[in-house]
Structure formats: structure tokens, C-alpha cells
Design a protein around this ligand. Sequence first.
Ligand SMILES: Nc1ncnc2c1ncn2[C@@H]1O[C@H](COP(=O)(O)OP(=O)(O)OP(=O)(O)O)[C@@H](O)[C@H]1O
Length: 258
Amino acid sequence: MAKRIEASNVSSYYGSFKAIDSISMTVEPKTITALIGPSGCGKSTFLRSINRMHEVLPNARIEGRLTIDEQNIYDPDVDVTAVRRLIGMVFQRPNPFPTMSIYENVVAGLKLNGVKKKSLLDDAAEQSLKSANLWNEVKDRLNRPGAGLSGGQQQRLCIARTIAVEPQVVLMDEPCSALDPISTLAIEDLMFKLKDRFTIIIVTHNMQQAARVSDKTGFFSIDKTGDPGRLIEYDDTQKIFSNPTQKKTEDYITGRFG
Ligand SMILES: Nc1ncnc2c1ncn2[C@@H]1O[C@H](COP(=O)(O)OP(=O)(O)OP(=O)(O)O)[C@@H](O)[C@H]1O
């Protein structure tokens, strides 16, 4: 089941440096939300705050409230591993486990969760690779190394690995920035397909991509170096790209700034 995400006044810090200031937004289930904005305005920091990856760094912390279907994921009694299982993440560079086969990559998370039965693992591998639009390309070489695939295939393998554990939210941090245009379109097609099942948030520098794939867009910005990033405008993607309310948004999307 895809889930609603609600951020209320989320500020994230690296030590004493405040990287984002008081971000509030609601992301509806089964939608794609794009986060755009100039370099260093805190898009990735916000994304990593959503699945508690931010706090992995020493001295990193957040303030505010982040709920997934009413559950505050920062409540002290919340199991962090369970949060990260619920909220999967795909990174900028495809990062398949280098020593594992294609099959082992996809089922790695399930095995970690204690699934042992071969038929269940086989089934999950096939379904996840099909969902990731990769099955036909790899079904005859499942035991070959994942690292032997092309960049675009590796990224789809990482998406298959992420969705194999049935998360409810999928976070994507510039998932296409290392890919060629054809692989990029393959990932975008895949995102459309996945939004039937998952809530997706994508950080992208590619404005055409944000306009093509997302339902909602959040524009982040900073006033000057050293200031925290702020959410300037958050609205339907069509509105942001055709008639934004804020001048800063307009300047950014028309290329006058950033
Ligand atoms: N590990 C870290 N330690 C300290 N500061 C960090 C760390 N990671 C990011 N920052 C700082 O936090 C701010 C926000 O960075 P972040 O990577 O979230 O921005 P971004 O909008 O995703 O940038 P980009 O588009 O370039 O990826 C920047 O000032 C950055 O230098």
C-alpha cells in the first residue's frame, strides 16, 4: 500500500549548520513528486531525512515532524530499520552489490528479512525484475554478475532490488543523472508504471524530466551560500511550469537563475 507523507517544519542540520529550514509539504499516495532547485539548496538532505538516512552521518539531526500515514517516523520507539524498509531509496549512481549475481542482488533485501524459501525468492525476483522492465533482458543470465550490466540496466536492477521488499515509498535521488537519454526514458516509463503501487519522490536537475514525470513539484532555493535551503513553492507540476506564483520559481524554471 502506498502511503501519504507529511513533513511539518522539518529542519535538518549537519552539526551546527542548518541545511534546510522548516520544510512543510504533503505528498499524496501513488503520486510522483519532483524536487527541483539549484545545487546545495537541500533537496537531497530533505530526501534523506524522509527515510532517516540523514542521521547516519555523525552530528546530523533533524527538527520537526515527518509522518508516514500518521506515524511519526522520528518517534523514539520507531524501528529505524523498519522505516528504511518501508521507504526505499535509489541513488544517483547505480550501486548493485558488486560481488552478487543479478538474482542475488534482487533478493538480497528479502533474504536479509529472513525469507529463505527458494520458490518465494524466485517468484519475487521474477516479479520485481518484470516490474522494473528488466526481466526480458536478463532472464537468461540471472546468475551473471549484476555489475556486468549496462548503466541503465544496473539502475533498473537497483530499482528491482528496492521494490522487491515491497516498500510503500520510493525515494529517487537523481536516478538518471548518470544515464544516457534512452536509459533515462526507460526509467521514466518505469516510474509511471510504479506509481500505481508506490508513492515516489524524485530529486532531479532535469526540468524537462520533472515536467514529464511528476504530478507535483517542489522548488527549493537558498538566498545565499551558508543560508539554509527553503521550499519556495510546491504545487501541481503543470502550475509550477506554466504559471508559478513566486518570481523566484519563474526565474529558475526559465533559466534566469540557478
Ligand atoms: N555530509 C555533509 N556534511 C556537511 N554538509 C553537508 C553534507 N551534505 C550536504 N551538506 C551541505 O548541505 C547543503 C545542502 O546539500 P544537499 O546535497 O542536500 O543539496 P542539493 O540541493 O541536493 O544539492 P545538489 O543539487 O548539488 O545535489 C549544502 O550546503 C551542502 O554543502
